[in-house]
Ligand binder design. Structure first.
Ligand SMILES: NC(=O)c1ccc[n+]([C@@H]2O[C@H](COP(=O)([O-])OP(=O)(O)OC[C@H]3O[C@@H](n4cnc5c(N)ncnc54)[C@H](OP(=O)(O)O)[C@@H]3O)[C@@H](O)[C@H]2O)c1
Length: 293
């Protein structure tokens, strides 16, 4: 396993960065796509590959250049697909087709936990279901990882939710299931390391569950400071301005993701809890450390 090459698409994102980190730690020779020449992937031990992960030509070039036979694929409705399900499906199909044409031996696709169970108004998850089916039909050896909500959403300045000292915000204050993107990477390392065992399988990535008050309590424990739990916005505004995410939250609040942290801990026993994640992340959005002692 050690020194086997993996190409991670979208390597500078919330998921990609920590997937790369976990794969490097597991001994893989990791390459990551980015459109920017000025990125920080090299500091993680990742070889940057200049490529736009949504373009078939760029993907073919990246696969040829690296000769990686293991690929971690994700797609993104809000960013790269510009809120178009069709475009996201096309981008995902490009990645699967390019991998197949390049003779990739094992493709891991990052989907979403319970993707098929969200209602019709949760547009941003629809392409995942189509791409999972496309991958199953492709004949490629594959594994599908299905994460719950990322802890990284708790510090997401790009989406108007920077983590500030003394408070923590999320779109719902009800009990939800979470995961760290680092644990997506640790699961990917296990699957890439045991391709026969993981061929054709799906794994839900749920590492912790709790409500916003429990998240605030976790940050309070880790920081040693009082922490207020705040809804990121009132429910009426969530429905009005973030209707797609509002419907995702309704699923979290009313039904809830089926898998439990114990299921995932059978695979990754030390998967991160909320407290673990705040220690691991260890910074507020302004760069100050959370743990000061
Ligand atoms: N947030 C959650 O709780 C959650 C939970 C489960 C699943 N997911 C899934 O996670 C995926 C998003 O992953 P993420 O949060 O890691 O994404 P992200 O942080 O938004 O990363 C996006 C990356 O894509 C590249 N990119 C951005 N815009 C682009 C464009 N127009 N064209 C080409 N490349 C572009 C950028 O890399 P460069 O600039 O370096 O090229 C950027 O680093 C989605 O599919 C979502 O459904 C999210």
């Amino acid at each position: 396993m050690v020194n086997e090459r993996v190409l991670v698409l979208c390597a500078t994102g919330k998921a990609g960065r920590h997937v790369c980190r976990a794969l490097v730690e597991a001994g893989f020779d990791v390459y990551g796509t980015t459109r920017s020449a000025s990125g920080s992937l090299a500091a993680l031990g990742v070889t940057p590959v200049l490529a736009n992960y949504t373009l078939r030509d760029d993907l073919e070039r990246a696969l040829a250049q690296t000769n990686a036979k293991k690929v971690f694929v994700l797609t993104d409705y809000f960013g790269a697909a510009g809120r178009s399900i069709e475009r996201e499906v096309l981008q995902g199909k490009h990645a699967i087709d390019a991998a197949k044409a390049a003779g990739v031996d094992h493709l891991i696709f990052m989907s979403v936990a319970d993707a098929e169970r969200f209602d019709a108004k949760t547009h941003h998850i629809k392409a995942k279901v189509i791409l999972e089916d496309y991958l199953r039909q492709s004949g490629l050896r594959h594994t599908i990882l299905r994460p719950a909500a990322f802890f990284e959403n708790l510090d997401d300045a790009a989406n108007w939710n920077p983590l500030k000292k003394g408070s923590v915000s999320f779109l719902t204050d009800k009990t939800c299931k979470f995961c760290s993107t680092y644990d997506i990477g640790r699961a990917a390392a296990i699957a890439f390391g045991h391709p026969e065992a993981w061929a054709g399988k799906s794994l839900d990535i749920v590492t912790w569950q709790g409500d916003l008050a429990a998240i605030a309590a976790a940050l309070q424990t880790v920081s040693g400071l009082p922490v207020r739990a705040r809804l990121a916005m009132p429910m009426a505004l969530r429905r009005l301005f973030l209707n797609d995410l509002h419907h995702m939250c309704l699923y979290f609040e009313n039904e809830g993701i089926a898998a439990n942290p114990e299921d995932f801990k059978a695979i990754v026993p030390n998967a991160l809890s909320a407290e673990d994640w705040f220690r691991f992340h260890n910074r507020y959005a302004n760069g100050e450390p959370i743990v000061t002692a």
